[in-house]
Design a protein around this ligand. Sequence first.
Ligand SMILES: CCCCCCCCCC/C=C\CCC/C=C/C(=O)SCCNC(=O)CCNC(=O)[C@H](O)C(C)(C)COP(=O)(O)OP(=O)(O)OC[C@H]1O[C@@H](n2cnc3c(N)ncnc32)[C@H](O)[C@@H]1OP(=O)(O)O
Ligand code: FAD
Length: 667
Amino acid sequence: MPNRCIRPGDNPDLTKERETCTFDTDELAANLYGSRRNLERRREISQKVSADPDFADPIPHEFLSREKAVDATAKKSKVIFQKWKNLVKPEEMPHLVNEAVGIQGFPLALHHAMFLPSLNSQADDDLAAEILPRAKAYEIIGTYAQTEMGHGTNLRELETTATYDKTTQEFVINTPTRKAMKWWPGNLGKMSNYAVVCCQLIIDGKNLGPHNFLVQLRCEKTHEPLPGITVGDIGPKIAYNTTDNGFLALDNVRIPRRQMLMKHAKVSPDGTYTPPIHAKLNYGAMVHVRAHMIYSHGHLLARAAAVATRYSAVRRQGRIENGGPEVQILDYQTQQHRIFPQIARAYAILFAGQEVRDQYAKTLEGIANGQADLLPDLHALTSGLKSVVTFMGGLGIEQCRMSCGGHGYSDASGLPKLYGVQIGGCTYEGENMVMLQQTARYLMKGVKWAEQGKSLSPSIAYLGKKSGKSLIGLKGGDITREHEAILETLEHTARRLAIDASQLWEKRIKGGECKERAWNGVTVEMNRASRVYTRLFMARSFHRRLLSSPSSIRSVLSDLFSLYLHYECVDMAQHLLEDGHCNGGQIQYLKKRLYEDLTTLRPNAVSLVDSFEISDRELNSVLGRRDGNVYEALFQWAKQSELNYTDVLPAVKNYMMPMMEENRSKL
Ligand SMILES: CCCCCCCCCC/C=C\CCC/C=C/C(=O)SCCNC(=O)CCNC(=O)[C@H](O)C(C)(C)COP(=O)(O)OP(=O)(O)OC[C@H]1O[C@@H](n2cnc3c(N)ncnc32)[C@H](O)[C@@H]1OP(=O)(O)O
Ligand SMILES: Cc1cc2nc3c(=O)[nH]c(=O)nc-3n(C[C@H](O)[C@H](O)[C@H](O)COP(=O)(O)OP(=O)(O)OC[C@H]3O[C@@H](n4cnc5c(N)ncnc54)[C@H](O)[C@@H]3O)c2cc1C
């Protein structure tokens, strides 16, 4: 079957891998990206970016100082948002940005990820009409400033205030303490001249909770901070170092009343407050990012899996049989066990990410028509997915890094940077442990609704079903039936964990604890229930994708799905065994099936990552390059290190040579 990545001059091991492919890599890629046309556009954009001299990198970013890297990123961003702006559709922008500037952030990241979405969904018509055209035309750059030095998670305790002054019809925005400084917002430090700032709304001395306000931070002509504004960069981080995450203090800065984002909650000129149709509509920008980050995190894991798989096909080290040739490290079972589940999980996350984006769009439509009834389900799902996917992705990328041995530790592999970027997601948009509790709150309601026989939304319909005995390993050789048996077992486990957590909580309450303290005593179990609910959703979403896939890729997707299910079940074996739903024999069966899956997938491993359709430029990895010619490329990469600009470094001349000389003269 055709693997379209084969080219003359490629590493012969990689070519051989591609020749064993049993499916059409373009078919799978087209399915992943939605259509043939989308796939072609993706390629077109990759090719055009590579050919555009404005995007050329004289030396890789890895060798630049932070300031120079920020500079290079800003320069390319200007090209994207001027020259390229009308050449791509909005949905193609993330790919263009990844290709052209990479993954460590760029001056307009938060403008797109949160500033525009906040204004779109929360500004009233007047403010939107004034500011949105300017923001969309990049006349101004904005960000989303919510987190403070002292509070990020607990929004109710943010300290920045917006106090309404009826006499002037203005809000007075103030940072009352050092720890009330906004701290962390991306692109706040140096790039943005506006921000949506989250403040406690105070009217007549009454605190009405966190609300969003549009605040100008810098002069539009000089870009100097406006009076009353202290703003800057918070310094280097694990990753995202081309992003100017910033700090901000506001000293009684006055803004007109209409700069409150008043589509949902409103303050009239006389100070009358009208609440929104749903209390948490002010939190909409966070739901927006959570709904979109699932897919982009799937892509980060896909890149790591592509690097590790291709490199493992060209790296030869050690022998499996005495006297045999040195083998490709991809032939080691441990290597396959490290990497193949990451390929499967990357596909699973990408599929789930696409579903949740659609669900988000439907929820927004409802809100626009005055109905927020889909929001609780979406909030629970995005909170769970955000947490599970970022954690899974981080572990997966780290597995991929270690699977590349020493070279995985080098920036040349691209993996350290991927890891740094990925794990940021465990923290931003709500720390994972906290967001899993949001999911658990919804599950606890679901458990009650199920007991009362109420109707349940599709994502928690399993809470209302009855469990039979687990049929894992008992349904014969039919793979379709095996998939169903495993999904039913996962449903049982997700239901059982939610009910157990609910009972533990109730027991503590009956024992005399208040609801909240009792909750804190069962949060580990609550979060477990949330994770399994989320992992069930991911498995179901993968299954839906398999069932709707064309016959040309059904077989390889089915193999991948089998591996996915077997791996997830073995990983969650404790939960499957805990209540006796599965027995030890069934876990052994799942392990046996998993090892068989590794062998089944082996001939298609390289082709499965080729179907992620990530260009060399986007992958930015010497180890993961499509042609597999890694050794020469590694040497060429290292030669660019600034330490190699001279043969004898000043550091050696000034300190090491004199030290050696002094020591020699003592002899
Ligand atoms: C050109 C295009 C290119 C585009 C490219 C873009 C590239 C972008 C790359 C960007 C990369 C990185 C960007 C990183 C950006 C990061 C940004 C941030 O981190 S912003 C700050 C995020 N902060 C948080 O997430 C804070 C977390 N905390 C909270 O959300 C809340 O405090 C919470 C939810 C934990 C608690 O809130 P609160 O105390 O107010 O509520 P309760 O817990 O009491 O809940 C009451 C009730 O409300 C429900 N609820 C809560 N939140 C929501 C919500 N958002 N929506 C709906 N419902 C919500 C909750 O479940 C309860 O329900 P109940 O029925 O009563 O149980
Ligand atoms: C890369 C990056 C980009 C960011 N970008 C932005 C941005 O653009 N705009 C913005 O406003 N913010 C941004 N942030 C900030 C980010 O949203 C917060 O850091 C995040 O929400 C976590 O809040 P925190 O820092 O207060 O953590 P904390 O809440 O202090 O967490 C510390 C520990 O306490 C635990 N904890 C806290 N509360 C609870 C609880 N109720 N139950 C159990 N455990 C709890 C957490 O689980 C964690 O283990 C960014 C952060 C990062 C890392």
